[in-house]
Design a binder for this molecule. Structure first.
Ligand code: SF4
Length: 252
């Protein structure tokens, strides 16, 4: 049965947040964005059929990972970045907008340190509460990448098993962030959509926020073995995808 995406995020929040403590399952440096120190959060309120998070972390958030306070996360990210001499930090996941006070405190901690901070989010919580975007606007070193699932509400529902209304929350997140002055961009998973639907979405975003068109990103499906397993389990076919070793360098 389809679930309410906001309600499900709140349920997951109870499992992965304790006050200002938030669960993570790893910290790493990665090649994306030209090199970035990354914290991967446990727990997401969506259940995407193409998700790259491994099953135990996605389905058993209570059991997996460890709780960290914002100071510990800041120290870990900075230490990873300094070791590789990189100037970008990121939270990914899982869904890093779960645990708002943890996230805001972490951003407070990293203010004025000279790094670009990228928040990768599905946009559901930000799109359901305008004040979240206003809070994020206090951090000029922040960029929010809103990862949009599907090109319309039917595709969103098919890809996530969620109620279709969730699709609009993703676009609303972009709108709220944009209007609050937060640097942001749409990243659209295109592997399951026709070019026609993608173009329709692109035009819709362009009509709402013309200056974001330069930033419109097409997200690639990468066939890691556990992603392929999941796609097969859901009998989900894709239009385009890359093998892990053959992602074009210009998309990294
Ligand atoms: S929003 Fe991201 S982390 Fe959450 S289920 Fe979908 S792909 Fe996975």
């Amino acid at each position: 049965m389809a679930y309410d995406p906001v309600a499900r995020h709140k349920v997951i929040e109870k499992k992965v947040v304790r006050g200002e403590l938030r669960k993570y399952y790893r910290f790493r440096t990665d090649k994306w964005y030209g090199g970035i120190a990354t914290g991967d959060c446990v727990g997401c309120g969506l259940l995407c059929k193409f998700c790259w998070v491994r099953d135990p972390i996605l389905f058993s958030p209570k059991k997996e990972g460890y709780f960290y306070n914002p100071d510990e996360v800041a120290r870990k990210l900075l230490s990873k970045a300094r070791k590789k001499a990189i100037k970008q930090l990121r939270l990914s996941g899982g869904e890093p907008s779960i645990g708002r006070s943890h996230l805001l405190r972490l951003l407070d901690n990293l203010h004025w340190k000279g790094y670009l901070f990228i928040l990768e989010t599905n946009g559901i919580l930000i799109g359901s509460d305008k004040s979240y975007a206003r809070d994020l606007a206090a951090f000029p070193f922040l960029h929010v990448r809103v990862s949009i699932k599907g090109c319309d509400k039917d595709e969103f529902a098919m890809l996530t098993n969620s109620k279709p209304e969730g699709f609009e929350l993703q676009l609303r997140a972009l709108e709220y962030l944009f209007n609050a002055g937060v640097s942001c961009n749409p990243a659209v998973m295109t592997a399951f959509s026709s070019p026609k639907k993608l173009e329709r979405l692109r035009r819709r975003i362009f009509a709402m926020m013309p200056s974001l068109m330069e930033e419109f990103e097409e997200e690639e499906l990468i066939l890691y073995p556990h992603v392929l397993d999941r796609l097969n389990r859901f009998n989900l076919s894709y239009r385009t995808a890359f093998q892990p070793g053959s992602v074009p360098p210009e998309t990294v």
